[in-house]
Design a binder for this molecule. Structure first.
Ligand code: NAD
Length: 423
């Protein structure tokens, strides 16, 4: 693998750039095309004045980055978190471009966010922030321009407010302006489970490659939210043995496997911290659980969990990245050295954006599919994309991550050349 040197290992933008750099070099991308794709198409910063419930006026900072519109309207989540930065938005927007290209859906990449702590805001404050953020960006949003979706700290309700505000501005109900909406107002069946289901689908493909059986396969999942808990449930139902789990409060490891419906009941119905689960297991930190013996490790919580310093502690054959950016670019060399089969984030967690694409198609057609149709089409796309990436890696002698980037960059570059540069 070509070498790279991000200055700060934990800066997600530098990690994204480093990987782009390696893949672009391997592809022998021409200089101009390289420069075009390296930078975002547009970065917008908005200052959002909002009256809080107390009557005080506060100004929140919001961002929206369009990385690429080459293959179609740009697509990407809106994140509400106190540590949102423009660098993070840039990184995540470019990764959305590559993710959409890996699964070959007709979108470019975008990402947005507001610097705020949603846990400290009332429902009405969140609504006012969302509506003003959307109003500021309404000329850049649209089903043919930029289609947001939920991300950390945002949800279906926030998407409903984005859709309503945008619709008021353009004077017509436009459901296709966002995805991840409630099903009752144009959302897609299967969207909520799509990312977790995608993880099951790509793990199934990896098992075939390794000649493993589901019931002999030990799985560790870090994160028990939308992605992690759905993956745990579906994989448990499919016969996998889930031996490690973690959430923000800590981790648990149990070699004989967890009863996932009981864990789900504990966390979601009884609202108790996962590490206090009464059904057994050794307690440890949420990060420590990643380094226990397993066949598949699925980080599905936050970024930068696997680094240059800890990568050698992994005891797994397969690393399936449910979260965005759970491994740093520096960790990649260690993963290669250990011969770990990596299913990179831009492939592994692409189930969510794939069903978002289905939602956008259904909204525009005004005709909605059965859940079984959604799941079938998702399976077809993810299985084909897995095969594309793995065979690209084998043919070109690169690891799966660089193969996924190369495949994606090549697809974007091809369309860019066909379209040409408007001057
Ligand atoms: P979520 O907020 O629903 O769940 C996050 C989970 O991670 C929770 O269980 C939380 O307790 C846990 N967590 C938080 N901080 C942690 C820490 N430091 N250590 C261990 N656990 C921690 O979020 P989600 O939607 O499940 O998203 C998880 C990841 O997957 C994010 O990186 C997100 O960008 C990525 N992702 C999500 C989707 C999607 O459709 N939701 C799609 C693609 C990628």
């Amino acid at each position: 693998m070509a070498s790279f040197s991000p200055h700060n290992e934990l800066n997600v933008y530098e990690s994204a750039e480093a990987r782009f750099e390696v893949a672009a070099k391997k592809l022998g991308l021409e200089d101009g095309v390289y420069r075009f794709m390296r930078y975002p198409n547009k970065e917008i910063t908005v200052y959002i004045p909002v009256e809080l419930d107390s009557g005080q006026l506060e100004v929140f900072i919001g961002y929206r980055v369009h990385h690429s519109l080459v293959r179609g309207p740009c697509k990407g989540g809106i994140r509400y978190a106190p540590d949102v930065t423009l660098d993070e938005m840039r990184a995540l927007a470019s990764e959305m471009t590559w993710k959409c290209a890996v699964v070959n859906i007709p979108f470019g990449g975008a990402k947005g966010g507001v610097v705020c702590d949603p846990s400290k805001l009332s429902r009405y404050e969140l609504e006012r922030i969302t509506r003003r953020y959307t109003a500021e960006l309404s000329e850049w949003f649209g089903p043919e321009r930029d289609v947001p979706a939920p991300d950390l700290g945002t949800n279906q309700q926030i998407m409903a407010w984005v859709m309503d505000t945008y619709s008021m501005h353009v004077r017509r109900t436009t459901t296709g302006v966002v995805t991840g909406k409630p099903v009752e107002m144009g959302g897609s069946l299967g969207r909520q489970q799509a990312t977790g289901r995608g993880l099951l689908l790509v793990c199934d493909k990896a098992l075939v490659k390794f000649g493993l059986k589901r019931d002999q396969t030990r799985v560790i999942i870090q994160g028990f939210g939308n992605v992690g808990s759905v993956a745990a449930t579906l994989m448990h139902q499919a016969g996998y043995r889930i031996v490690g789990l973690a959430d923000i409060y800590g981790g648990l490891y149990n070699e004989s496997g967890f009863d996932i419906p009981k864990v789900t009941d504990w966390v979601y119905r009884q609202r108790k911290p996962l590490p206090e689960f009464s059904g057994g297991g050794a307690r440890m930190t949420a990060q420590e659980v990643l380094f226990q013996p397993a066949d598949i490790v699925i980080p599905a919580a936050v970024e930068n969990q696997i680094t240059r310093d800890n990568v050698q502690r992994l005891q797994t054959r397969i690393l399936c990245e449910g979260a965005n950016g759970p491994s740093t670019a520096y960790a990649d060399e260690g993963l290669d050295r250990k011969g770990i089969f990596v299913i990179p984030d831009i492939l592994a967690n692409a189930g969510g954006v794939t069903v978002s694409y289905f939602e956008w198609v259904q909204d525009r057609g005004g005709f909605f599919w059965r859940e079984s149709e959604v799941n079938e089409r998702l399976k077809e796309i993810l299985e084909r994309s897995f095969d594309d990436v793995v065979s690209y890696a084998e043919t070109n002698g690169v690891n799966n991550r660089i193969a996924a980037y190369m495949l994606a960059i090549d697809r974007v570059a091809f369309v860019l050349k066909l379209r040409g540069i408007y001057a």
